[in-house]
Ligand binder design. Structure first.
Ligand SMILES: C[S@@+](CC[C@H](N)C(=O)[O-])C[C@H]1O[C@@H](n2cnc3c(N)ncnc32)[C@H](O)[C@@H]1O
Length: 218
């Protein structure tokens, strides 16, 4: 069965998470590009874009495999149009971070704001955190589903922050965490060794979970 957002066209974030997200955008007065990783029906996307006057709206990018539900692409298009937003203003990168990060780095693409809300498992959140290299000083990385339901998100954030003092937790609401870039001293933010480590932890976590299930321990 398709997720509710396929028909409601609403954000998958709670009201308090959206309030923090929108206040962060408003208070930051960003003019550089924004990236959302994982958009579902585009419910949060349309609200974020709606934060800006049409003549002052930064460029928006989305990365998503667009297989969340049937016809996802048309659902997003319809949703943006219903909010008075031209879908052509969004650059859709159909796929995952690994398909786009190298060309983006090579072209010098930078973002003031990155919202990570795609695959919440340890390895994939770490993969998405590679976009930190493209975040401007003063820019933000927001991560959704940081909580007990998705242990991969918290693990990836903690591991990332332990290696990246350039980023600090600025705020949290519900399962939304806002990281602010306060300096630019280290690149890459996520090394090949970090990715290998995340892959090992991810596989170990999956193995432990399936073992527990087989043993009837939840
Ligand atoms: C939880 S929903 C996103 C909700 C949306 N951000 C919102 O606030 O309404 C997850 C989305 O991530 C996409 N997705 C899944 N794996 C992904 C990945 N590795 N990279 C990018 N997007 C991914 C799915 O297709 C889906 O659209």
């Amino acid at each position: 069965m398709a997720r509710p957002s396929a028909t409601t066209l609403e954000s998958e974030c709670t009201a308090e998470e959206r309030t923090l997200l929108m206040e962060t955008l408003k208070n930051s007065a960003f003019s550089g590009a924004h990236l959302e990783i994982g958009t579902a029906a585009g419910g949060t996307l349309k609200e974020m874009m709606g934060q800006y006057a049409p003549d002052a709206r930064p460029d928006f990018f989305v990365i998503d495999p667009l297989t969340y539900y049937p016809d996802q692409e048309n659902i997003i298009t319809r949703n943006l149009i219903s909010a008075g937003i031209d879908p052509n203003l969004v650059t859709f990168w159909k796929g995952v971070t690994q398909d786009f990060i190298d060309p983006a780095r090579a072209s010098g693409q930078m973002f003031d704001f990155v919202f990570i809300d795609g695959d919440h498992r340890h390895y994939y959140v770490t993969v998405d955190l590679q976009w930190a290299d493209c975040v401007t000083k003063g820019g933000v990385i927001a991560l959704h589903d940081h909580g007990a339901a998705f242990p991969g998100v918290g693990w990836a954030i903690d591991t990332f922050l332990a290696h990246n003092p350039d980023f600090k937790i600025e705020a949290r609401a519900g399962s939304l965490t806002i990281l602010r870039r306060i300096a630019v001293t280290k690149r890459p933010a996520v090394t090949a060794a970090d990715l290998r480590h995340a892959r090992r932890v991810h596989l170990m976590f999956r193995w432990k979970r399936s073992l527990k299930k087989r043993l009837g321990l939840r």
